[in-house]
Ligand binder design. Structure first.
Ligand code: GDP
Length: 297
């Protein structure tokens, strides 16, 4: 992928796929994200997860998968708008009783524009009014021909509510990701990624969830994310556990930024704090200049 265009190919290693869930409102995105989160021993730690930081990881058959868990999926849209291509795979949730709806079409358009492969989760399969064949026909009409009809789209029947079909869905994700080139260089000095979400916590300052995409992020690193800059004071995994280092495809929560960056913004580690601060100042000045020059309404 573009982000690692100038990496030495001998240093590239597989990283977990980053998955985002899209679909029409009420088709079951939130329920599915919850079902997946609880389906496996979430990577690194058994038991309940208390943190909602906008992303999490699960382990399936010894392999990690990163899920973006952002309400409204603003991050995905923002990332796409900035060309950052945060997600490797889109799970398109379609309710089996409802079929293709306007936001389903929108999601397909988003995924296609970002050139991200789509796996369909045919949800609510437990409902008596579920009509999977009808929905498969609708999908085929949109050029998402189910693999059982000799097409290229995996269509996995699930019930997010009853937690059935989740393993099959994870299996499908691993299958698709193995056919792709999902790689990064964990020891690169080009340490970059995307802001998933960020907020100002009155006790802790700016808390930002970052998705590391190349290199490894460490406590003490100086990062620049849009107009926000800072030396990372602390870093947490999605369990809220303190960590010192995070490699490609890891979602982490960090403390130490000066401002709240926007979801979808790229971040990069700088070796010089002075340089990073200078660029941040320039960016802020540009924004001010723009607002001065903007025509008055
Ligand atoms: P979202 O808007 O796409 O995030 O949808 P939600 O996850 O909030 O689900 C919308 C509604 O559908 C809720 O009332 C869920 O309980 C229900 N729902 C979600 N998944 C299933 C399912 O697999 N079967 C049934 N019967 N209901 C479901």
């Amino acid at each position: 992928r573009q982000i690692i265009a100038n990496e030495d190919s001998s240093k590239l290693v597989n990283r977990p796929p980053v998955v985002t869930i899209l679909g029409h409102v009420d088709h079951g995105k939130t329920t599915l994200l919850d079902a997946i989160r609880h389906s496996e021993v979430a990577a690194g730690e058994a038991g309940g997860i208390t943190q909602h930081i906008g992303a999490y990881q699960v382990e399936h058959k010894g392999k990690l998968i990163t899920f973006l868990d952002t309400p409204g999926h603003a991050a995905f849209t923002a990332m796409r708008a900035r060309g950052a291509q945060g997600a490797d795979i889109v799970i398109l949730v379609v309710a089996a009783n409802d079929g293709i709806m306007p936001q389903t079409r929108e999601a397909i358009a988003h995924a296609r524009a970002a050139r991200v492969p789509i796996i369909v989760a045919l949800n609510k399969i437990d409902r008596p009014d579920a009509n999977p064949d009808f929905v498969k026909k609708q999908l085929a009409d949109l050029d998402l021909v189910p693999d059982e009809w000799d097409g290229n789209t995996m269509v996995v029947p699930v019930s997010a509510k009853q937690k059935t079909g989740i393993e099959d869905l994870l299996e499908a994700i691993l299958l698709v990701s193995e056919s792709m080139d999902i790689k990064a260089n964990p020891s690169s000095n080009q340490i970059i990624g995307t802001v998933i979400e960020a907020e100002l916590d009155h006790g802790k300052g700016v808390m930002a969830t970052l998705l590391v995409q190349n290199g490894s992020l460490e406590v003490g690193d100086v990062i620049l994310a849009g107009k926000a800059v800072g030396k990372l004071r602390a870093m947490f995994d999605f369990h809220g556990k303190k960590i010192r280092k995070a490699g490609p495809s890891s979602p982490v929560q960090v403390m130490g930024l000066s401002d709240v960056p926007e979801a979808g913004e790229l971040f990069q580690v700088y070796s010089s704090e002075k340089e990073a601060r200078l660029i941040a100042e320039e960016r802020k000045a540009q924004v001010q200049q723009k607002s001065i020059n903007a025509p008055k309404a």
